[in-house]
Design a protein. Structure first.
Length: 257
């Protein structure tokens, strides 16, 4: 298995990232139409999402540079030596929310109406992105003798293809969340995503073989942020369910609060 193979002079890592982003925006439009979300809000989410993705890649590189510096301060602080998804997610989400709060009154936007669609967008895009990581040979797991082991060039022993494990989980989560949203009109998809992915990412870190050092105590950077995601997801669920009594799409009185 070649890392980042080139077909017709095209790097497959970049192709899968592009496929993931395109699928994410396709899901945004199709699901929003299915749920009768106003076009103004969908268009805003699209254009703001483009900016959030661009800023997210910068944030992903910045966070990774911080982790690299913590691991090896003697090497100095340098951008461009890898990216991290959770760093990109935090940066992209922050950008999206800042722009939203600046424009929400002027444009009369209600984020809660489209929020349930966002986890579907993230999971499908991230799932294809992890397949890209597999092609690139990054984010690999520990050595293994199992039938699932993959030997990348430059390695003497097979390793867990944790990129594919995560891709399967994300695409399965995308299916579950989509079913709950479209068939059951379940509103709390964002808390569900935060808790589900946070738990999975925390656990799969024990299988990761690309050492990235410790961040807080015994936790790796991704494990620390995974715990934050889990806590945030639980808090968001309690807030939505208890305070706003939001259970399903269509609770217009709650959505306007």
């Amino acid at each position: 298995m070649l890392p980042n193979p080139i077909f017709w002079k095209v790097h497959m890592y970049g192709v899968m990232i592009a496929v993931g982003i395109l699928c994410g925006f396709l899901v945004l439009y199709l699901y929003s139409k299915r749920l009768s979300i106003e076009e103004k809000l969908v268009d805003f989410s699209f254009y703001n999402g483009v900016g959030a993705i661009a800023f997210g890649f910068v944030a992903a590189a910045f966070f990774q540079a911080i982790y690299n510096y913590i691991k090896n301060p003697q090497a100095g602080f340098h951008l461009g030596n890898g990216i991290t998804f959770i760093g990109g997610l935090l940066g992209g989400a922050g950008f999206f929310l800042i722009v939203y709060f600046i424009l929400r009154k002027k444009m009369d936007l209600h984020l809660l109406k489209i929020l349930p669609v966002i986890p579907c967008v993230i999971t499908v895009a991230h799932g294809f992105g992890r397949i890209g990581c597999f092609f690139a040979g990054c984010c690999y797991g520990k050595e293994t003798d199992s039938i699932f082991g993959v030997t990348f060039p430059g390695m003497r022993h097979a390793v867990h293809p944790t990129q594919l494990y995560e891709a399967v989980f994300l695409l399965a989560l995308f299916g579950v969340i989509s079913y709950l949203l479209l068939k059951k009109k379940f509103y709390n998809t964002m808390p569900l995503y935060l808790v589900a992915y946070g738990v999975f990412r925390f656990l799969i870190e024990f299988l990761r073989g690309d050492e990235r050092g410790k961040f807080i105590g015994v936790f790796s950077p991704s494990q620390f942020w995974s715990l934050i995601m889990i806590i945030g997801g639980v808090a968001m669920f309690v807030l939505f369910y208890k305070k706003f009594n939001i259970k399903k799409i269509g609770d217009e009185a709650s959505l306007q609060k």
